[in-house]
Design a protein. Structure first.
Length: 264
């Protein structure tokens, strides 16, 4: 787990962020695509936990991308934190500030927290959620871990409610498991349709809703991400077929403690 000085550093970073005035109930957020939002009506809950599972190890990048889209929809124009397990960065590729900008986000509005293992991921995520300073907290885990228990997910859900922030937990290279999440998703890569003049297509996903506490039946959609509107959208018309391939960067697991910085 992060050491006491590192937790203190994280708290100081969070304390420097402005906090919104207390509001009413949890509220909802949308994905931005009418047919999906109508199916999910009244929409996924703010201030709750949502689980995203990579269907295969190779789908880790696309699962995190889908979760980033959900998180950016749930921030309500507040800052967000992205807690990343080191091994995931080594296996699937590191975060890149210009890439966040291309996603339609402001990198300076994202607090990046790097951690060594799943226990540290959960501890940092819980601290960020209950701070009350963030609109959303995205936690990207990698591999099987004893720390990923039903009790741990309940702690995240309670922290999200207490801090009025929305939690997104991504798991890759690990089996799906029960949790206290309001929605659970399984995500794999989809074929990306090229745009005009041979430009690369939008990021594409096959997102399967496997559980919703609001009662929506399991189903799946093929979606793309539109950076201009910061919303999910219908697949673009076909003009060439480009396959969206997850990045694979094998490497050795690094040691060290949690590293805090802003993306840029």
């Amino acid at each position: 787990m992060p050491s006491t000085p590192q937790i203190a550093q994280l708290k100081a970073q969070l304390a420097s962020l402005s906090r919104p005035e207390a509001g009413g109930g949890p509220g909802r957020f949308t994905l931005g695509l009418d047919r999906v939002d109508a199916y999910l009506d009244p929409g996924p809950c703010l201030f709750c936990l949502h689980d995203i599972h990579a269907e295969t190890t190779a789908d880790a990048v696309v699962a995190n991308a889908f979760a980033l889209g959900l998180a950016s929809r749930a921030t309500r124009d507040r800052p967000m934190a992205w807690v990343v397990q080191n091994l995931g960065s080594q296996e699937a590729g590191a975060l890149h500030g210009p890439g966040l900008h291309e996603w339609g986000l402001c990198p300076e509005r994202i607090l990046i927290v790097r951690v060594r293992d799943a226990a540290a991921l959960l501890a940092a995520g819980e601290e960020a959620l209950k701070s009350g300073a963030l609109g959303a907290v995205l936690m990207s885990g990698w591999g099987e871990a004893k720390a990923m228990t039903l009790t741990a997910s309940r702690r995240l859900a309670l922290a999200a409610q207490a801090g009025r922030s929305t939690a997104f937990l991504v798991r890759a290279a690990a089996a799906a498991m029960p949790s206290a999440a309001e929605t659970r998703w399984s995500v794999r890569a989809a074929v990306s349709n090229g745009l005009e003049a041979g430009a690369p297509g939008r990021p594409a996903f096959v997102a399967t809703l496997t559980r919703s506490r609001q009662g929506a039946a399991p189903t799946e959609w093929t979606l793309e991400w539109d950076r201009e509107t910061r919303a999910f959208c219908e697949p673009a018309p076909v003009s060439g077929r480009l396959v969206s391939v997850p990045v694979r960067r094998p490497g050795q697991e690094g040691g060290g403690q949690a590293e805090l910085r802003r993306a840029g």
